[in-house]
Ligand binder design. Structure first.
Ligand code: AMP
Length: 283
């Protein structure tokens, strides 16, 4: 695996390979890697000649500075894992390399309705920060395929919109990969390592709540099911930001289901200091 710290070097290397007809698959991450990340790397390996990963803990997407400060960093282990998974290129930029004009020099991305839903109101500025970093990364890596995890469902929709705003949606194909889970159903996440023993025991209640919704949803009024999800999570000890059922294509809220509309259930909830998110397609 070749490590790059300079954007220009990586840009040129990939451009050279693409000129020779090679395809590049890109997996952007914030490090503290786990099997979920590696599943994206492996999928990229199956579909491309060149697998590119970036590790960059992006300061502009953290609305809570304490969350940024506590974000786990396990670089040596990450490098070993990426090598084992067959990653070819790793981009490890500094903040200055990513944002030569400073982190305050921001453009506004018109995400419309998407930004008003779910994570939007609870994490003001978060998706603007995500767009800022992914915009820059896509300009540097200019991949043929971009690999994202369904774990961050709304983020997948935001980044799809970003590629439209950038006018590269015909050049870079977005590939959404399934959420990898621990054996008890907890979605793998870099934040899981911040859970205490007791919190780790409670955390799979999120997945069980999502499964309950999936197994019990019926056409008609679904607000009772959504309310029950909030109550079950609170009873287990979570502080719930949202437990919602939405249209899987638009994220518009759904209160009355016709039995055909594609739905997704999404949860964001705190166990003490640690905020966990998860989702499940219902149809
Ligand atoms: P992060 O490092 O959290 O920014 O995640 C980097 C990429 O890995 C994003 O596209 C995530 O959606 C994806 N990802 C994170 N957790 C999982 C998981 N449990 N299963 C599959 N993909 C994941």
């Amino acid at each position: 695996m070749i490590l790059f710290k300079k954007a220009e070097d990586l840009y040129n290397y990939i451009a050279d390979q693409q000129k020779k007809g090679k395809k590049a698959g890109f997996v952007p991450t914030m490090g503290a890697l786990h099997e979920g990340h590696l599943s994206l790397i492996r999928q990229a390996g199956l579909e491309n000649d060149l697998t590119v990963c970036s590790i960059f803990v992006n300061p502009t997407q953290f609305n809570d500075p304490a969350d940024f400060d506590k974000y786990p960093i396990t670089l040596e282990k990450d490098i070993a894992m990426l090598t084992g998974a067959g990653c070819h290129l790793l981009f490890l930029p500094s903040v200055a390399e990513m944002y030569p004009d400073g982190i305050k020099a921001r453009m506004h991305y018109d995400l419309g309705f998407l930004e008003t839903r779910l994570e939007g109101p609870f994490r003001p500025g978060h998706f603007q920060g995500v767009c800022m970093v992914v915009h820059r990364l896509l300009e540097i890596v200019h991949p043929d395929n971009l690999y994202l995890g369904q774990k961050d469902f709304q983020q997948c929709m935001v980044i799809t919109r970003l590629t439209e705003i950038m006018g590269i949606n015909d050049k870079t194909t977005i590939r959404i990969c399934p959420t990898l889970r621990e054996s008890d159903g907890l979605a793998m996440s870099s934040r899981n390592m911040r859970l205490s023993g007791q919190e780790r025991q409670t955390a799979p209640v999120i997945y069980r709540t999502l499964l309950y919704i999936k197994n019990n949803i019926q056409p008609g009024d679904i607000t009772g099911l959504q309310q029950k999800a909030v109550t079950d999570l609170e009873l287990a000890g979570f502080r719930v930001d949202y437990a919602d059922i939405a249209d899987a294509n638009t994220l518009a809220p759904v209160t009355n289901w016709d039995g055909r509309q594609p739905l997704v259930a999404l949860v964001a909830a705190f166990l003490n200091e640690v905020r966990l998110i998860d989702n499940l397609l219902l149809s």
